[in-house]
Design a protein. Structure first.
Length: 388
């Protein structure tokens, strides 16, 4: 952004002709910017504007300098004045867009960025903010039940930056959430043509392929993603979930165990490893499963899945009091989970708490009635391993 500031100030400095007090201060401000003395520049421009409130060149440069001094509210106030006087000027729209994006007012931000044109849309220094604004706009439209407008925002972002990996990932996730996994894969493959070997694109492709039931292809995409970025566990966790979904519990356990070794503080990895071990049906692994779950809970006390599975194991081990404690926590953290509710009702019944058991069984029945609208276990597990 420093380069933009200098260019703007030099251009506007060139328009000064007959010397006045305000114009002398303007020249002083331009010189101070070129010497990187922004505090001095701001003071000079403020004095120039005080002498001549309609001196828009000074006000534009004042707004720019204030922005780089991190006095964003003051900068925005100056540019609001400028944009009223010269609404076609791209400069105030650029900074008003940046200010709106900072407040997460993404729809407003993208409108300003469009008005700023190439100054915003084709500038490598503003591009990350502009992309975030378009993605945020699309997400806001989606939450409002306007998927067509959301899609348009994603597509517009790709028009000015066809290499934008975050846009491809977000667009694919949006498409998949709306049941169009084929389009999601199409966009991810288009992104991979431009950015071969992108860990983020390969990860999302693997997840979408898994949701389509293309498990072998998904495992390969996730393996490639993990190799492309071995310093994060997400792809390996997703690969373990995919193996688990295929019924390959031994492979899943091995994959997930490797994650727990490399990232010992990852609570989700501990839970998924315990889940894979438990599904293997090997009763000799029960102590290891329990230990993994307790570690998962220590690392993340809000993991409803870990509490639920530990409660189930305690109930099977004839420890209903301990089971109730864990299952109550699971039900509190995830009130609509029918499995947790069913196990909690069983645990209450084992303790002779008949009224509580009937109350929770009723909650279970209601949750089960809504089950058709709920996501599959695969979707739920894949969501938990993705970064926020």
């Amino acid at each position: 952004m420093r380069r933009i500031t200098t260019i703007l100030l030099v251009v506007w400095g060139a328009v000064v002709h007959a010397e006045t007090g305000a114009q002398a201060l303007f020249r002083e401000g331009v010189a101070a910017v070129q010497e990187q003395r922004l505090q001095v520049a701001a003071q000079a421009f403020q004095k120039a504007v005080a002498l001549e409130p309609g001196f828009l060149a000074a006000r534009k440069n004042l707004g720019t300098v204030l922005w780089f001094l991190n006095r964003h509210a003051e900068s925005e106030a100056e540019f609001r004045i400028v944009v009223k006087a010269i609404p076609q000027d791209p400069v105030p729209h650029l900074y008003l867009g940046l200010a709106a994006a900072e407040r997460r007012e993404f729809t407003v931000a993208t409108q300003h960025f469009e008005s700023a044109g190439d100054l915003a849309l084709k500038n490598p220094e503003t591009r990350p903010t502009v992309l975030r604004a378009y993605i945020g706009t699309a997400e806001q439209y989606d939450r409002q039940g306007l998927p067509e407008k959301a899609l348009s925002a994603y597509q517009r972002a790709l028009q000015f930056d066809p290499d934008a990996i975050p846009v491809y990932v977000s667009l694919a996730a949006f498409s998949s959430a709306h049941g169009n996994n084929a389009y999601a894969l199409k966009m991810l493959n288009a992104g991979l043509e431009r950015k071969p070997g992108s860990a983020a694109l390969l990860l999302e492709r693997g997840i979408v392929q898994a949701l389509q039931g293309l498990f072998a292809e998904a495992e390969e995409s996730l393996r490639e993603s993990a190799e492309a970025d071995p310093n994060v566990p997400v792809a390996q966790l997703a690969r373990g979930v995919t193996q688990l979904q295929r019924g390959n519990t031994a492979e899943a356990a091995a994959t997930l165990l490797a994650v727990t070794v490399k990232w010992p503080d990852n609570g989700r990895a501990r839970y998924l490893y315990a889940l894979a071990l438990n599904r293997s049906g090997d009763l000799t692994k029960r102590a290891e499963v329990t230990a993994a779950l307790r570690t998962a809970i220590r690392l993340n006390a809000k993991d409803a899945g870990a509490h639920a599975l530990l409660g189930h194991l305690l109930l099977d081990a004839k420890q209903p009091a301990g089971a109730v404690s864990e299952l109550e926590l699971a039900a509190k953290l995830d009130p609509g989970n029918e499995t947790s509710l069913y196990q909690l009702a069983r645990a209450y019944r084992a303790l002779g708490r008949t009224a509580d058991a009937e109350r929770v069984f009723e909650q279970f029945r209601k949750a089960k009635a809504r089950a058709k609208a709920q996501e599959s276990e695969l979707v739920q597990l894949l969501k938990t391993v993705q970064p926020e």
